[in-house]
Write a protein that binds this ligand. Structure first.
Ligand SMILES: [Zn+2]
Ligand SMILES: [Zn+2]
Length: 342
C-alpha cells in the first residue's frame, strides 16, 4: 500500500468538488481501515461544499456513504478480518448518553459523522470505528451497498420507526428522488399502499414499477387523487422529501385525522402550520433524522433478500466527482450517483 491516496477534500467553502492527494489514514484504537470500492454522492455533499450546511473543522474529506474491504485493524479490534466486505453507518456515537443507551443513536448529542465531523469515504481509504461496520454478503455489489447508509436506511428509519408504516396503511410520498424511490419500495415491503408524486414522467414510471400509484401534481389535482386513493379518508402517513413550505401545507391537508407527517427534507428553513386543524384532528408532525446502525443492518438484509432494490442512476470515477456533482445538480437522474475506484 502506498502512503498517498486520492481524496475529495473541502478546504474552503465554494468552488467545485475535486480529488487531491492525501496521506492514507491510520486506523486508531477501535478503528478499521477500509479500502473504499464505491461511495455514494449525495446532494448533502453539495450543501457541505457551498457552506449552506457548515462542516466543523476544515479541511475535511467528505463522503458519508461508502462500501469496501477491510484492510487493517486498529488496536483492540476483534470480530473483523482483512478482506471482509463492508459498509458503514454514518453516525459515530458516544454509546453512553441516554439516547445511545435507548437505541436512538441518531439523537446522540456528541456524535461525529463520517464525511462531516470526521473524514469520509470519497477517498481510496477511510478509517472508521469497527462499531460502525456492517458486513455485506457476496450477493450485494459495492455500488448497491454504497448508497444504503443514507438514501435507503434513512427512508427505512423514517417509514418503519418514525411513521410505524405497516400492512393496510396508505402512504403518500412527496418527491421521487434518490430517497423517495427507496421509500416507495420500503413502504410496499411493509404492506402499505403507496402513492408517490413527481413532475417528471420517468420518475413516476419508476415509482409505478415499484408498486406505487404515480401522480404528477402539475397534471392533475393531488387532493382529488388522494381522495380517490383513500375513499375520501386521507392518507395515514405523508413522507415529505420535498421540504418546502408548500409541500408541508399541502401534505398536512392530505392526512386522515391522527395521521403522521414525516419531515425528511428541509429545503425551506421554516414552515407555518395552521394550529386549529392540527389541534382538531390530532395530526402528528415528526422529524426524521438519519438512521441507526441497526437500521442499516436491516436494510442490507432486505437488499440481500431481494426485497428492496437500490436504484443506481449513474457512475463516475472518483477523479470525475466534479462532473458527477454537475449531473446531480442537473436533476435529470432518477437513481443515486456512485463514484467508482480503479
Ligand atoms: Zn446523504
Ligand atoms: Zn450518545
Amino acid at each position: 500500500m502506498s502512503d498517498a491516496m486520492r481524496a475529495v477534500v473541502i478546504a474552503e467553502y465554494g468552488g467545485s468538488l475535486k480529488a487531491t492527494r492525501r496521506p492514507v489514514p491510520r486506523p486508531g484504537p477501535g478503528e478499521v481501515l477500509v479500502r473504499v470500492r464505491a461511495s455514494g454522492l449525495c446532494s448533502t455533499d453539495l450543501h457541505l461544499l457551498s457552506g449552506r450546511q457548515p462542516l466543523g473543522e476544515l479541511p475535511r474529506i467528505v463522503g458519508h456513504e461508502l462500501a469496501g474491504d477491510v484492510v487493517e485493524l486498529g488496536a483492540g479490534v476483534t470480530g473483523w478480518r482483512a478482506g471482509e466486505r463492508v459498509t458503514a453507518a454514518i453516525d459515530v456515537t458516544c454509546g453512553r448518553c441516554r439516547h445511545c443507551l435507548a437505541g436512538d443513536t441518531q439523537l446522540c448529542r456528541s456524535m461525529k459523522r463520517i464525511g462531516f465531523e470526521r473524514d469520509g469515504g470519497h477517498a481510496d481509504y477511510v478509517a472508521v470505528p469497527a462499531a460502525n461496520l456492517v458486513a455485506l454478503d457476496d450477493g450485494i455489489s459495492y455500488e448497491a451497498a454504497a448508497i444504503l447508509p443514507d438514501a435507503v436506511a434513512c427512508m427505512y428509519h423514517s417509514l418503519i420507526h418514525k411513521g410505524a408504516v405497516g400492512i393496510g396503511q396508505r402512504v403518500l410520498i412527496l418527491g421521487v428522488g434518490g430517497l423517495g424511490i427507496h421509500g416507495v419500495q420500503i413502504a410496499r415491503c411493509a404492506g402499505a399502499e403507496v402513492m408517490a408524486t413527481s413532475r417528471q414522467a420517468q420518475r413516476l414510471e419508476l415509482a409505478e414499477r415499484y408498486g406505487a400509484l404515480g401522480v404528477d401534481p402539475a397534471q392533475e389535482s393531488l387532493e382529488a387523487a388522494v381522495a380517490r386513493f383513500t375513499d375520501g379518508e386521507g392518507v395515514d402517513v405523508v413522507v415529505d422529501n420535498v421540504g418546502n413550505r408548500a409541500s408541508v401545507l399541502q401534505g398536512l391537508k392530505l392526512l386522515r385525522p391522527g395521521g403522521k407527517f414525516l419531515v425528511v427534507a428541509y429545503l425551506d428553513e421554516t414552515f407555518e402550520v395552521p394550529s386549529i386543524p392540527l389541534f382538531k384532528t390530532e395530526l402528528e408532525i415528526i422529524g426524521c433524522r438519519g438512521s441507526t446502525r441497526q437500521d442499516l443492518i436491516d436494510v442490507v438484509r432486505l437488499v440481500q433478500a431481494g426485497k428492496v432494490t437500490p436504484v443506481l442512476g449513474a457512475s463516475y470515477p472518483l477523479d470525475q466527482i466534479g462532473e458527477a456533482a454537475a449531473r446531480l445538480e442537473s436533476g435529470d437522474l432518477v437513481g443515486r450517483i456512485w463514484l467508482t475506484r480503479d
